[in-house]
Design a protein around this ligand. Structure first.
Ligand code: IVH
Length: 696
């Protein structure tokens, strides 16, 4: 038996090894997460490693490494960007993983305040914790001059030009009233979070999957990848969002407000976007209620949130409470449990996309996850199934990160039933039985039966009717499925040949619906050239690429006659797209399609048809939107205004004509009331759009 001293020495030795191992592992995962945008483990797994290290370091303080990851944040900045030293270090936040930990933080806080002899009443601000990338923005004399990522907290990456592509980021600050004067501070630093809207993320991943290209694991990765592009034009295409939550002003006569909650309003008054669902909480109990209320509700938002950031409202207390090297004492991040769940894979099916890419999909025993019931999860590709050694009957962990369908994270091998076999990937198309192919280095298998495979035909039509394509309302996926199944439609051109009789032969189709469908199809003949080019589904040509092509060539015949060199000269279009365009027009069925479309009367010329098809009834009217609309996306509301000639502004001024108010409006509503601007709710807004339409 070991003596007590020897036993102790052995424990210390083990702890040292474990501390080194954990420190190395945390650094490694931080590098993957922050620098490569390619995390290998979930946030929950990362937090577990971090907590374990923190616990060991507390037990054995002498063993902590001098540069322990518990004392540093983030990861070294990538060298691809100019480095920026932060004026004030960008710290991280301590986490509370459950209500108990949140309560303990509250108690600690009260104790510290007592020790400091500060018997002030403390209150809190709750903000949804956006799962994006933190950034620091610098404004000099009101102009946006520099924007940086967090990097390692001390030094970040200069992403100024990329940030300028974010529409909601003000490049000029609005003056605010100080001592009766309208002023702009000389030097302001604002901090916030850049995020990738879930709707755009879903669309991007769907487009990537359709193309058989690798998809992003979650909106955060997609956001980080987009913001840290060398070419800002690529960032611009991704339509990132921004919420700000911090302001530092160095001017003497122009200090921040003493309450954090008021500073959020100040940010808004200066033109910054601030997440509208913030809350001033009087007590920790109130904070807890907020966290509880938002547990499920947050899934309705178009951005990912992974918790609630709780901050002391009184800013003078921030200085007094101070910070550790890692995080401030006056704030904490309450984290929601990870959106992961265990379930069983009942079967594996295959989805054949528009370009023939075959994607395996796990059919799951339904499980509740992140506000929805999940029945399917993507398995990405054959490599992924092999890597996971996934078998039918396996218990798996599924994770939801804003995707249309979630993904299978890992397999619980210990729960595997006896007698299962490794999954054998099919060699033939599950729809048309053509032998699958793998092109070059691609991981994806494709069905090469482009014009004969029912699944590909169906997907091409679904793409054709889509909003950014020919925008045919009323022709949805199930109708398309029926049309293809009954051989009424085999190519997009067949849509234009449909008759009322043919439609009436379909199940549950009434005369009125059939007529509406035909009218919608006919209306699509006048779509803009860019829509038509995008609708063709040429590989690598997204809607912005289609717009560039339409702008340059102005007609389909011109585009068809161009060569790769000429196309590649367009700014924003690379050699890959140019080659794909030229190749598309070498295929006989594609040429026939265009001929048939032209014969059916589909417009082949560039004309501002879409813009002019809506009456310009809101010309000169300026709108500000605030809060969440119940029946339409903010982007659609903006589109409706713009298409009628109206203007959108991010803040309320005397020049604003209407403020449209949805649920949980921000301070814009108060501002509108203050200035006496007409405030309308969603119903009135819709009426305005429609009335103006019929009147105009
Ligand atoms: S305050 C010193 N407020 O969460 C405190 N952070 O886990 C700085 N985050 O690095 C952060 N929403 O990237 C704050 N409303 C919010 C936030 C927020 C998201 C992120 C931020 C921060 C991380 C800390």
């Amino acid at each position: 038996m070991l003596s007590e001293a020897a036993n102790k020495a052995q424990n210390i030795d083990q702890a040292r090894k474990k501390i080194e191992e954990l420190s190395r592992s945390i650094e490694h995962h931080r590098f993957l997460y922050y620098v490569l945008d390619n995390a290998e483990i979930s946030d929950a797994e990362f937090d577990k490693l971090f907590k374990e290290l923190d616990r060991l370091e507390k037990e054995y303080p002498d063993l902590a490494l001098p540069n322990s990851p518990t004392k540093t944040v983030g990861a070294p900045p990538s060298t691809e960007f100019k480095q920026v030293k932060h004026r004030v270090p960008m710290l991280s936040l301590a986490n509370a993983m459950n209500v108990d930990e949140l309560e303990k933080w509250g108690e600690r806080l009260q104790r510290s305040l007592k020790e400091l002899d500060l018997d002030e009443q403390v209150s809190f601000v709750c903000e949804l914790k956006i799962d994006g990338l933190s950034i620091a923005l610098t404004y000099k004399n009101g102009d946006f001059v520099e924007g940086a990522t967090r990097g390692n907290g001390e030094v970040g990456e200069d992403v100024t030009n990329n940030l300028k592509t974010i529409k909601s980021l003000p490049t000029k600050l609005k003056p605010v009233e100080v001592n009766g004067k309208q002023l702009v501070p000389q030097l302001v630093e604002v901090r916030g979070e850049v995020y990738f809207p879930i709707s755009s993320f879903t669309a991007l991943n769907k487009a990537l999957e359709d193309e058989g290209e690798p998809t992003f694991a979650n909106p955060r990765n997609a956001g980080s990848g987009s913001l840290r592009q060398k070419d800002p034009r690529k960032t611009a295409k991704r339509k990132l969002g921004l919420w700000t939550y911090f302001i530092y002003i160095t001017d003497a006569e122009f200090k921040e407000r003493t309450k954090h909650f008021d500073n959020l309003a100040l940010l808004e008054a200066m033109g910054f976007p601030v997440e509208p669902n913030r809350h001033h909480a009087a007590t920790i109990g109130d904070v807890m209620q907020f966290c509880k209320d938002w547990h499920e509700k947050r899934h309705k938002l178009d951005y990912q949130t992974d918790g609630v950031v709780v901050k002391v409202n009184e800013r003078d207390l921030w200085v007094k409470l101070g910070a550790t090297s890692h995080s401030p004492r006056w704030a904490i991040a309450f984290k929601y449990p990870p959106e992961e769940a265990d379930t069983i894979v009942e079967d594996i099916h295959f989805d054949v996309g528009r370009t023939g890419a075959v994607t395996p999909v796990a059919w799951l025993k339904p499980v509740h996850l992140a506000g929805t019931t999940v029945k399917r999860a993507t398995l990405h590709n054959a490599e992924q199934i092999k890597r996971l050694d996934l078998r039918i009957g396996d218990t798996v962990v599924v994770r939801k990160a804003g995707e249309i369908i979630p993904e299978v994270l890992n397999v619980k091998v210990d729960k595997r039933p006896a007698g299962t076999e490794p999954f054998v990937y099919p060699t033939h198309c599950p729809i048309c039985n053509t032998q699958l192919e793998r092109i070059g280095q691609e991981v994806v298998y494709r069905c090469p039966n482009i014009y004969g495979c029912r699944a590909q035909i169906q997907r091409r039509i679904v793409h054709w009717v889509g909003r950014d394509a020919m925008d045919i309302d009323g022709v949805g996926e199930s109708l398309i499925e029926q049309l293809v199944e009954h051989h009424l439609v085999e190519s997009p051109a067949d849509l234009y040949k449909l008759t009322e009789e043919q439609l009436l032969s379909l199940e549950r189709m009434g005369k009125k619906s059939a007529q509406n469908i035909l009218a919608a199809i006919a209306a699509s003949k006048k779509r803009a050239l860019a829509n038509l080019i995008f609708a063709l589904g040429i590989r690598h040509v997204g809607s912005s690429g289609a717009e560039l092509l339409a702008e340059k060539f102005a007609s389909m015949p011109n585009l068809m006659q161009s060569d790769a060199e000429e196309i590649a000269q367009i700014e924003g279009i690379g050699a890959k797209i140019a080659a794909a365009v030229v190749e598309y027009f070498t295929h006989q069925p594609n040429l026939e399609l265009i001929e048939q479309l032209a014969a059916a009367g589909v417009s082949m010329e560039s004309a501002e048809t879409t813009k002019q098809s809506v009456a310009q009834t809101l010309t000169g009217k300026s709108f500000v939107l605030t809060g969440t609309l119940a029946t339409m996306e903010r982007s659609d509301a903006e589109k409706s205004i713009k298409s009628r000639g109206g203007k959108i502004s991010s803040s309320v001024s005397k020049k604003t004509d209407f403020v449209v108010v949805g649920a949980s409006p921000g301070s814009k509503l108060a501002r509108a009331e203050e200035l006496g601007i007409t405030v309308i709710d969603e119903a009135a807004f819709k009426k305005l759009l429609n009335d103006e339409e019929t009147n105009g």
